[in-house]
Design a protein around this ligand. Structure first.
Ligand SMILES: [Mg+2]
Length: 392
């Protein structure tokens, strides 16, 4: 390998790795001692020059490790560091008897990458611009597909993002990389000419999740989302896959205000109580990133940083603004309305999503109680997913 080029040298990696390793008072908030334990590990790594900078925070019961370094995405060293930090935090959680201590650490052994082991990962490598504003969104009590709608509006909807029309660098649009999290496949689709194809997929956020967004003009990475789905990894319900997302802003990308704007609509997302209900996504300042009512409603926070030579300058708590008060009020009205459905869909998730919860265990007990309904003949017979086989 020859000398690294100038741009190679300047490349920075921003890694956001999160996990729920146990929390205080049920699924409420991360305990400060667990944050301190994780911070200690990262502080040591910073001293040794493994990472350039870090910021440890939490949204509800999830610990977030925000790190900058020059080792690229999927670096075994950085993932190993995050794993060690979570392990140390989980040890403290166990000591304190916190709820679901060690919940998201599905494996005992680390094998080079935290993907598939439980933690959620959003990472991007890029050449730092002279001024590099990034927004890190962190949500609790929901799933990665919750960011589909806002990402579409940020990067494909000119009624949200004025820059798509008036900024020449954004005018040729963005490429959406979409994961099929059920099949482990991916597809890249271009906005604006393939908008309807994009929507045909991402309108099913439990299955099709926007992973990355690129500016088409130069393939610059603009956004990345954690796409881990714990239930699909573990094969059973082990908590929701509370997602994180990194979005770069300004200078030929959507402005910070354009990135925040879609969150003024508290759209319905999957998650909330037992990861089994739909509810509004409420944008809140960090001090309100703790879910109480029916373990919700789902929350999202947005922390803004400037990155300078890898240094994390900030954060700014971006939803700490009365301009989002009406959104929060509407979210509460929606929460009331949805709650009144009790155990009924569409408040409770549909059968294909409930498959990974404890509901099938209950339905299993009813299996032998079913008998053939003589006066009701079906032409196309199939086994109903949750009640088992009722046909002959
Ligand atoms: Mg959580």
């Amino acid at each position: 390998m020859g000398e690294p080029s100038m741009s190679e040298e300047k490349k920075i990696t921003l890694s956001v790795i999160k996990a729920d390793i146990g929390s205080l008072a049920g699924h409420h908030i991360a305990h400060p001692d667990t944050l301190a334990a994780a911070s200690e590990v990262l502080a040591e790594a910073k001293k040794k020059g493994v990472i350039i900078d870090f910021y440890v925070t939490h949204v509800g019961d999830d610990i977030q490790l925000i790190m900058t370094h020059r080792k690229g995405v999927d670096s075994p060293e950085i993932h190993g560091l995050a794993w060690e930090a979570f392990k140390k935090a989980a040890d403290v959680a166990k000591e304190l008897g916190l709820y679901a201590a060690g919940q998201d650490l599905l494996s005992e052994a680390f094998s080079g990458n935290v993907r598939g082991l439980g933690p959620g990962v959003a990472e991007m490598e890029f050449v730092e611009r002279p001024s590099e504003p990034v927004i890190i969104f962190m949500a609790d009590k929901t799933e990665p597909g919750a960011f589909n709608l806002p990402l579409y509006r940020i990067f494909a909807d000119p009624f949200n993002t004025a820059g798509l029309v008036i900024d020449p660098r954004m005018h040729s649009g963005f490429t959406f990389e979409i994961y099929d999290v059920m099949e482990g496949k991916a597809v890249k689709l271009n906005a604006p000419e393939e908008l309807y194809d994009i929507l045909a997929l991402i309108g099913t956020p439990s299955r099709y999740v926007i992973k990355r967004v690129f500016r088409r003009e130069d393939n610059l990475i603009a956004a990345v989302v954690s796409t881990e789905r714990l239930n699909l990894i573990a094969g059973k319900y082990v908590g929701k896959d509370d997602p994180v997302m990194i979005v770069r802003a300004q200078h030929g990308l959507p402005a910070v205000g354009e990135v925040l704007e879609p969150f003024s609509f508290p759209h319905l997302v999957a998650g909330w109580m037992r990861g089994s209900h739909h509810g509004p996504l409420m944008p809140v300042p960090q001090r309100y990133a703790k879910c109480t009512r029916f373990d919700g409603p789902p929350r999202v926070i947005a922390l803004g940083f400037q990155i300078k030579n890898g240094r994390l300058v900030g954060p700014a708590d971006l939803f700490d603004d009365p301009a989002f008060d009406e959104t929060r009020r509407l979210a509460q009205q929606i929460a009331d309305y949805m709650r009144r459905h009790g155990p009924f869909m569409p408040h409770r998730l549909g059968p294909e999503e409930m498959e990974y919860t404890t509901l099938p265990q209950v339905l299993e007990k009813l299996k032998n109680r079913f008998y053939k309904a003589e006066e009701y003949k079906v032409k196309i017979r199939h086994s109903e997913m949750l009640t088992g086989e009722v046909h002959d």
